[in-house]
Write a protein that binds this ligand. Structure first.
Ligand code: NAD
Ligand code: WQD
Length: 361
């Protein structure tokens, strides 16, 4: 491991996976919200982030530095590399960690379970071990509504059972990591872990300079729609219109990535609250669900582009409907999503339209 920038002994937040979609928006929000009194250290192995030839920083990080005029300490390190991580902890005064780094493609995880368990579970355990070795006990974890499996009731609150009927190694890895973190918190009262269960993140920073840039054909709805709108893909396949929902298509709780990013800033603030400790799982959603057809209509309205689509059979493992009970996030974090569906579509479209090929020029 070679440090790419000079270290500093300023109080720092370590962001794993900070060059990825949610991580980069959170890094930008941290820099916009915090004063100059905190350093951001990013660790990312670039397995799902782009660095242009000859550049030190991955593109999202380079652009964030440009937008904020601040320096980010970036390390091309895998979170399973204990020595590499330890050197970073030696080099910086890490106060807390926000842990995004993971593999996240549900379908791929069924084909490559060992790679997913290695990256997501071994990676998380290695990070927790290094944190403990350096006396750092504050962690915000990227979890997912996927840990709930098929909803037994809606809206889903954090008391809903988790881990039941999970079909993908990806989903199981998020559930197993939560269980591991609960045990770690039981073992030592110094730990403070906030596990944020995201619903469906979409959108981009309002600048249109950073956004979601999936490699290959997108698996998720919003990037698929926006690539159809920009002409990269011909037509959207709508997976099923025979669900017991408003119009038969799947309903999800889409949340603007900037709202999500602000939720992380609030979670980090909790660490300074007197008496705060232990493991806390918190939903991050809007509390409102939209169907696939409603998403298409909203995107067409905002972009002025038609989205050709065809109804096909259901996608294996899909659920009909899902949306969050957001009362705990309001109570515990003092946070709620403020951006509308129109904002989500407009910001996605600005990013996609300005960068039809994502970060690659
Ligand atoms: P992303 O792939 O854009 O970002 C993840 C980043 O982690 C990438 O930059 C990748 O290069 C890096 N990474 C992966 N494995 C690593 C490793 N072993 N060591 C170091 N870096 C590594 O994904 P995202 O959408 O930003 O998701 C971030 C987190 O949020 C993930 O943990 C994901 O499971 C979780 N999550 C995402 C969604 C979603 O729909 N985007 C929903 C719920 C939860
Ligand atoms: C949304 C809706 C599809 C694509 C996934 C993960 C989950 C979490 C969030 C990480 C569904 C429909 C989609 C397409 C379609 N990620 N659809 N045509 O499935 O809710 O959740 O991302 O933790 O774990 O499973 O999101 O965007 O894939 O689908 O009709 O080409 O759009 O059937 O109803 P999903 P999605």
């Amino acid at each position: 491991m070679k440090p790419e920038t000079n270290g500093s002994k300023m109080p720092s937040i370590l962001v794993t996976g900070g060059a990825g979609y949610v991580g980069s928006h959170t890094v930008l929000t941290l820099l916009e919200r915090q004063g100059t009194d905190i350093d951001i250290v990013v660790v990312d192995n670039l397995s799902n982030a782009y660095r242009a030839q000859g550049q030190k920083q991955p593109e999202p990080i380079r652009i964030i530095e440009e937008l904020t005029d601040k320096t980010i300490h970036f390390y091309d390190v895998d979170i399973r590399d204990k020595d590499g991580l330890s050197k970073i902890f030696e080099h910086h005064d890490i106060e807390s960690v926000i842990h995004f780094a993971a593999l996240k493609a549900v379908g791929e995880s069924v084909q490559k379970p060992l790679e997913y368990y290695q990256a997501n579970i071994t990676g998380t355990c290695t990070l927790l071990e290094v944190m403990r070795n350096f006396g750092v006990y504050k962690l915000v974890y990227s979890s997912s509504c996927t840990v709930y499996g098929e909803p037994e009731n809606l809206p889903i609150n954090e008391g809903h059972p988790t881990g039941r009927g999970l079909t993908s190694p990806y989903g199981k890895s998020k559930y197993f990591c939560e269980e591991i973190m609960k045990d770690v918190c039981r073992s030592d009262p110094k730990w403070m872990i906030v596990s944020l269960r995201y619903f469906n993140p979409v959108g981009a920073h309002r600048s249109g300079r950073i956004g979601e840039d999936p490699s290959g054909i997108p698996n998720n709805l919003m990037p698929y729609i926006s690539q159809v709108a920009v002409g990269r893909l011909k037509e959207l396949q709508v997976f099923g219109n025979d669900y017991a929902t408003v119009d038969g298509t799947g309903v999800r709780d889409y949340i603007h990535v900037q709202d999500l990013a602000e939720g992380h800033v609030k979670a980090v603030k909790l660490f300074h609250q007197p008496g705060f400790g232990g493991f806390h799982a918190v939903n991050l959603g809007t509390g409102t669900g939209y169907s696939v057809l409603q998403m298409i209509a909203a995107f067409e309205q905002v972009s002025g582009r038609q989205i050709p689509y065809k109804i096909v059979g259901r996608r294996e493992g899909d659920i009909a409907e899902n949306y969050a009970d957001v009362s705990l996030s309001q109570r515990l974090l003092g946070w709620r999503a403020t951006r509308t569906l129109e904002d989500m579509c407009a910001d996605t479209w600005r990013w996609q339209h300005n960068n039809p090929n994502g970060f690659k020029k």
